[in-house]
Design a protein around this ligand. Structure first.
Ligand code: CA2
Length: 137
C-alpha cells in the first residue's frame, strides 16, 4: 500500500472556519475524511503545524520512508529557506500544493522556496489541488 502524507503549514487549521470566499467552507478534517474514503487503497497520513521547525522535523521524519509528501507550507512557502532546504535534503518526492492561485494574488505570494525542489506544483483548484496531488503518486 502506498504511503502518503499531507503536511499543512500555518493557519490551515482555520480552513472552513475563516475566509470561506478564498479558502472554501469545508474544514480540512471533513475534506480528509472524504478523500480517505475515496482512496481506500492509499494510506494517507496528515500533519498540520503553525511552527516552522515542527514542519521541518516532520519532513525529516517521513522523508526517507514515505512514498510521497503533499506539502502546503502556506505562508512559509514564500519565506522559509529552512523548509526549502529540508525538501531538498530528503529522498521522498514532494508535491507542492496551494488552495488558491498564488499567481493572481499579491506579488509576495509569487515567490516559492519549495518549487525548485518539488516534483511538481498544483495550485488554484481549491481543496481539489490536494486530490490532484494524491493522484500524481
Ligand atoms: O493557497 C494556499 O493554499 C496558500 O498556501 C494558503 C496560505 C497563503 O499564505 C499562501 O500564500 C497560499 C494561507 C493559509 C491560511 O489559511 C486560512 C484558512 C482559513 C482562514 C484563514 C486562513
Amino acid at each position: 500500500m502506498k504511503k502518503l502524507i499531507i503536511i499543512n503549514g500555518p493557519n490551515l487549521n482555520l480552513l472552513g472556519k475563516r475566509e470561506p470566499n478564498i479558502y472554501g467552507s469545508l474544514t480540512f478534517t471533513e475534506f480528509l475524511d472524504e478523500v480517505k474514503a475515496k482512496y481506500k487503497n492509499i494510506f494517507i497520513d496528515y500533519f498540520q503545524s503553525n511552527i516552522e521547525g515542527e514542519l521541518i522535523d516532520k519532513l525529516q521524519e517521513v522523508g526517507f520512508s514515505y512514498d510521497g509528501i503533499i506539502l502546503n507550507a502556506a505562508a512559509y512557502t514564500h519565506t522559509s529557506v529552512g523548509i526549502g532546504d529540508a525538501v531538498k535534503a530528503i529522498e521522498t518526492p514532494v508535491v507542492e500544493v496551494h488552495i488558491s492561485n498564488t499567481f493572481n494574488r499579491e506579488e509576495f505570494r509569487h515567490q516559492s522556496y519549495i518549487s525548485p525542489n518539488a516534483r511538481g506544483v498544483v495550485l488554484g483548484f481549491g481543496l481539489q489541488s490536494y486530490e490532484l496531488a494524491i493522484q500524481s503518486f
